[in-house]
Design a binder for this molecule. Structure first.
Ligand SMILES: Cc1ncc(COP(=O)(O)O)c(C=O)c1O
Length: 471
């Protein structure tokens, strides 16, 4: 099992017992992050490939990979070596000065985006996803002179104040006062649980029609019909809704949405923080949907979870030095050389790989294995995937009513590290998301093998059987 509270005798490296560590944690660590969503948080010690290891050496297959930040596998040698080389040459540099890796990384990202969307643009770096998102809000305000934006119900854009203001959950804002510029939240095309109770094959994009209705008269409060000026400057989208449950919209959805946005001069802001860098089988997830964004926000997998770098790509007209001059935004660690070195190597690794072929292939295999399980267990309500962004909804026996308790029990059993496969004690790391917290959002390593996928399915089934017995 992973190192857990009841595990009194286990010693950590520095001879501190795990119990002592957890006591220190209880006393000195803020519990304001997400660690204590779990009653018995795990302490991990080592990581490699698709696996995490605890103090006792128990192997945990990880199907979430730091919420899709470690797309290229734990301890990826090529990326780690690039970082080590940077540490030995230019480990630190104030971001006021230039270094080669920053320039080359920005160029590669801008060239890749230009290839994808036939638009020239520039890149601005920051440290975490939420900070980059805040930079994008500055670009939007600077360009439009307006500060209100649309975002999706179920959307997640981070937890700094501005990012929380466009993240749909009130829970994340509840204790932090009034958010004047909070987004107007529009239903996401979550077809398995259509917010309008429609059926996908017959709805004729009813949700887009409803959004369009907002613009029908001035009394719907978003547009001045005399000059067609909209009070809302931009629409923030996740092409695949991440924390919302890896929800995949219908193929035509974004093109139809864009028709409305273009009519009222509303910018399309593409949050690729979780789905970017090939998670869905394309460099940017929005490439699946034949629309061009005005701004892309990215983070997470750019450095494979090593020294973090996030950033924005924006169309030239939004970010050229004429309109976004020096000093418009800044953070001490924004283009730190260790992060840019790791990011640059990620881009080179992507150029050398065939992810556009291997990821869809692995994704199809994984989904087919999960659908086999679905046939055996009515509690598996929906299985879907795009590339290696996979989802599985856990429900009551009717295959629809969300079953949060069962989902949490499966997650807990996986993390207890007491599963058994191939004659070995093992664990399974799963991430839970979705509006009803009943969706396993799976983001395995891009290097996961068929054998490891089979292992994941075997471990999941074992956890499910145990959880059903306990319920
Ligand atoms: C789509 C999306 N946007 C923004 C964020 C926030 O990024 P960070 O946690 O790096 O601030 C996340 C993080 O999970 C995300 O998934």
């Amino acid at each position: 099992m992973s190192t857990r509270i009841e595990n009194k005798q286990t010693k950590a490296d520095n001879n501190t017992s795990i119990d002592e560590l957890l006591e220190l944690e209880a006393k000195y660590c803020s519990w304001g992050d997400t660690v204590h969503y779990s009653k018995q948080p795990n302490i991990f010690k080592r990581a490699e490939g698709s696996f995490l290891y605890d103090n006792e050496g128990t192997e945990f297959l990880d199907l979430q990979m730091w919420y899709s930040a470690v797309n290229f596998g734990y301890k990826n040698k090529r990326l780690n070596d690039a970082l080590k080389k940077q540490i030995d040459t230019l480990p630190q540099l104030a971001c006021q000065y230039l270094h080669e890796e920053k320039i080359r990384l920005a160029a590669k990202l801008a060239q890749k985006s230009e290839m994808a969307f036939e638009e020239k643009g520039r890149v601005h770096f920051n440290v975490g996803g939420s900070q980059a998102l805040e930079d994008s809000l500055k670009l939007v305000r600077n360009h439009s002179g307006r500060s209100l934006v649309f975002a999706f119900m179920g959307g997640y854009h981070g937890r700094t104040l501005a990012a929380s203001a466009i993240t749909s959950s009130f829970r994340y804002r509840e204790r932090f006062g009034h958010f004047g510029e909070r987004a107007l939240f529009i239903p996401y095309p979550y077809c398995f649980r259509c917010p309008y109770d429609k059926k996908k094959d017959f709805c004729d994009f009813y949700c887009i029609k409803q959004f369009g209705k907002l613009f029908e008269t001035e009394y719907h409060s978003v547009v001045n019909k005399k000059n067609n000026k909209c009070e809302f400057a931009a629409f923030y989208v996740e092409p695949i809704q991440g924390t919302g449950g890896y929800i995949i919209p219908p193929q035509e959805y974004f093109a139809r949405l864009k028709e409305v946005l273009d009519e009222y001069n509303i910018l399309l802001i593409d949050d690729e923080i979780q789905m970017g860098f090939y998670r869905t089988g394309k460099f940017w997830a929005l490439e699946h949907f034949n629309v061009t964004p005005d701004i892309i926000v990215f983070g997470k997998a750019l450095t494979n979870g090593l020294n973090p770098i996030s950033g924005v790509w924006a169309k030239e007209k939004l970010i050229s030095p004429d309109v976004f001059p020096p000093g418009s935004t800044h953070s001490t660690f924004s283009s730190n050389p260790q992060g840019t070195a790791a990011g640059l190597e990620v881009m080179k690794l992507i150029e050398d790989a065939d992810f556009n072929v291997s990821i869809p292939k692995k994704g199809r295999y994984f989904v087919s294995r999960l659908r086999q399980l679905q046939k055996k267990y009515p509690q598996i309500g929906d299985v879907d995937g795009l590339g290696l962004a996979l989802r599985m909804e856990i429900c009551e026996k009717d295959g629809f009513t969300p079953n949060r308790e069962l989902t949490e029990e499966i997650e807990r059993i996986g993390l207890s590290g007491k599963l058994c496969a191939g004659g070995k004690q093992r664990g399974l790391v799963l991430d839970v998301g979705g509006y009803y917290k009943n969706v396993f959002t799976m983001a395995p390593s891009f290097y996961i093998t068929e054998k490891e996928i089979d292992l994941g399915v075997e471990l999941f089934e074992e956890a499910l059987i145990k959880a059903l017995k306990n319920s």
